[in-house]
Design a protein around this ligand. Sequence first.
Ligand SMILES: C[C@H](CCC(=O)NCCS(=O)(=O)O)[C@H]1CC[C@H]2[C@@H]3[C@H](O)C[C@@H]4C[C@H](O)CC[C@]4(C)[C@H]3C[C@H](O)[C@]12C
Length: 327
Amino acid sequence: MCTAATYKTKDFYMGRTLDYEFAYGEEVTVMPRNYPLHFRYMGDMSEHFAIIGMAHVADNYPLYYDAVNEKGLGMAGLNFVGNAVYAEPDTEADEKENVSQYEFIPWVLSQCSSVKEVRSLLMRINLVGTPYSEMFPAAQLHWIIADENEAITVESVKEGLKVYDNHVGVLTNNPPFDIQMLMLADYAGLSPKQPVNTFASGVNLNMYSRGMGAMGLPGDLSSRSRFARVAYTKMNSRSGDSENESVSQFFHILGSVEQQRGCCEVADGKYEITIYTSCWNAAKGIYYYTTYENSQISAVDMNREDLESSGLKRYPLVNGQHINYQN
Ligand SMILES: C[C@H](CCC(=O)NCCS(=O)(=O)O)[C@H]1CC[C@H]2[C@@H]3[C@H](O)C[C@@H]4C[C@H](O)CC[C@]4(C)[C@H]3C[C@H](O)[C@]12C
């Protein structure tokens, strides 16, 4: 399971949890403007926007999971198993741009500076299921794409490519996004305030605890429950707007859906955990992250790199707890 969210204070933030039972060997990867990008059907792009994000780098090619570009446009791919259906390449129709699912993030982030531009790019796209290699078959994903003004969800399903306005700025996994939004209505009565007793007149109910306004918010790890929980947490979130306060609050928002080892068994003795949690400041191009074994926030600042260069800059994840002994 995975969860993604956006958050706005003075700056715009976005990130995700990557929940899985194993890691592919991911690194924070900066793609500078002159890194030669080769697309399977769309030729080469020698200059483009610079990008920073989490990627598995295969043969010097960054297979991004989530990333943001220098214009502040970000996106994240989350599992959509059983529902993702990709098109076949259509090389006859000139107006269609054939893009493989593993190229979707670089294709969008290399050339769009806003969600508005993404919407028109998506009208021309033919998102195809061509795998990167035999070792990396097509990942069944759906995506959240956002800038500081709006967020959308993109789902390639058997009916074709669907683009939804995402007014809550969150995404998890199955079921499809429109159903997740419909089911959010189940929680319409929840509130951060103590409930007013509307149970029945004449029944005197004692509010015996704080936090009872959110009674009914699901606590389990299913995708629909994480969707409701993270949407509730994010929409009711309050923080100062400094960088530290915003980043700290963002990690608390995604902390509401964190997966602890042992609670979600996916095969005998195999457990899904939150392998990493990311948060980027979209305007500043700073990519923050924690890992399951390291709760200290690490950061890579895209603007401290030479963005006019042509080689990838890769930062292996800092793992292992860093405990601050005070005596
Ligand atoms: C497994 C990851 C998604 C985690 C997730 O959503 N878990 C939810 C589990 S569940 O459904 O709810 O059960 C996805 C997110 C991004 C994916 C990677 C990226 O798409 C980049 C490439 C794409 C290649 O086609 C496959 C390898 C790969 C390197 C992908 C491996 C894997 O599918 C990743 C890492």
